[in-house]
Design a protein around this ligand. Structure first.
Ligand SMILES: Nc1nc2c(ncn2[C@@H]2O[C@H](COP(=O)(O)OP(=O)(O)OP(=O)(O)O)[C@@H](O)[C@H]2O)c(=O)[nH]1
Ligand SMILES: [Mg+2]
Length: 387
């Protein structure tokens, strides 16, 4: 078996037969040995019954009828679990996704781990969408850009190798399963293949306002774990924002409750905020899971140095902007804060929380041979032979 095609359906009785005819035709024409898994959530229009009736016509058609469960993402996951090949493809049943693209997505997996039918690369697009739908899609994609570099992470038409998701815990509450795979999956290369999304011709849409709120909460849960620098920066800024509150709260408590002078109080509240930011950035922004008191202490020292350095950058920039460039000091301070924050982020990303070197790789045969030759040369004998 070369490819497992997963098609989630809900009330797609009108589309399913022509859709499957096209899919199996494409597989035959391209010599792809494939299975098609229809995952239906007990549709009221009995799509599952129609699918089961078609099993005799199409060898390779399998039907999963889920009862008492509803949801696109969980349906796709159920299909992935049941799939029996090493390569998976996911597509909609409503003929929005042209089956002719299946071979391209499949072949792309020779070089890539994930292939995406993309509306947002040259040659791709959407046809027949009203402006409101385009606006929603644009908003959702903008949020998603924090999470991944893929241009169309909202696509429902994509293929992947099994190892990308094997053993990876996916969160089935999400609606956009590709986005989930892109954030949590294990992969190196993604290829995007342009396609034009056709609006569904028949059947009813499952788009609703509930889907938007669900999407926002899904994106939020992914933002907490995404590995892109943009996501790290977003989390870093959130921690920093809370850090300002910690600073002010400690300052207020020391001055107002403990009657400290405001200057030593400010020094201590700076230390408190840096400590808070350190913990928040380690756990949340950079998700550093390294252990050991020594490592944490050295990270804390580095973090403190970067924070102090950023303060110096802030003051130096402010001085230059106000004194030399004659800017209004408030505007100067805004620019100086941006510069200091950038230094702070870069310093901590590249130095404080730089991932610890992973376990050394097993040396390659060639490297070992080369080393033996060099050592042999130095010691006056050739490799291990003369021993
Ligand atoms: N099994 C299952 N399939 C679903 C569910 N919701 C949607 N689908 C299927 O998932 C695919 C995509 O859903 P669509 O309703 O077409 O979503 P969309 O493409 O964003 O929006 P429209 O094309 O405007 O309806 C279709 O094949 C649906 O039948 C669900 O809860 N369970
Ligand atoms: Mg659709």
């Amino acid at each position: 078996m070369d490819l497992s095609i997963i098609i989630p359906t809900y009330n797609e009785a009108e589309n399913l037969a022509p859709m499957l005819a096209q899919v199996f035709q494409v597989l035959r024409d391209n010599d792809i040995r494939g299975e098609v898994i229809v995952v239906d959530d007990d549709s009221p229009d009995r799509t599952w019954e129609l699918a089961q009736a078609l099993v005799v016509r199409y060898k390779g058609l399998r039907v999963i009828r889920r009862q008492g469960e509803r949801g696109l993402a969980t349906a796709v996951l159920a299909g992935l679990k049941a799939a029996s090949s090493e390569k998976f493809l996911v597509m909609d049943a409503d003929l929005s996704h042209p089956p002719e693209l299946i071979p391209k997505l499949y072949q792309a997996l020779d070089k890539a781990d994930i292939s995406v039918a993309s509306r947002n690369v040259k040659g791709g697009g959407v046809r027949g969408w009203p402006l409101s739908r385009k606006a929603i899609s644009w908003g959702a994609t903008t949020i998603a850009k924090l999470l991944t570099d893929v241009k169309d992470p909202m696509s429902g038409f994509f293929a992947l190798r099994k190892d990308v998701v094997d053993g990876v815990e996916l969160d089935p509450t999400g609606y956009k399963i590709l986005l989930e795979v892109l954030v949590r999956g294990r992969y190196e290369r993604v290829e995007e293949i342009p396609f034009v999304f056709e609006d569904r011709k028949t059947g009813t849409s499952k788009m609703s306002s509930g889907i938007i709120t669900k999407y926002v909460s899904h994106a939020w849960s992914l933002l907490k774990v995404a590995r892109t620098t943009r996501a790290q920066l977003a989390r870093f800024l959130m921690v920093g924002g809370l850090g300002i509150l910690v600073n002010l709260a400690v300052l207020w408590a020391l001055v107002d409750l403990a009657s400290w002078n405001y200057l030593p109080a400010a020094a201590l509240s700076f230390v408190a905020a840096v400590t808070f930011n350190f913990a928040g950035n380690r756990a949340f922004a950079f998700r550093d899971e390294s252990r050991g008191a020594g490592r944490v202490a050295s990270q804390y020292a580095k973090f403190f140095a970067v924070s102090a350095g950023s303060l110096v950058v802030n003051l130096a920039a402010l001085f230059v902007l106000v004194d030399a460039a004659h800017l209004w000091y408030i505007l100067g301070q805004v620019i100086a804060i941006v510069a200091a924050t950038a230094c702070n982020f870069a310093g901590n990303k590249l130095w404080t929380f730089r991932p610890a070197p992973t376990v050394q790789k097993v040396p390659s045969v060639r490297a070992t041979a080369l080393r033996a030759m060099i050592m042999g040369h130095f010691h006056g004998y050739e490799g291990n032979r003369a021993r």
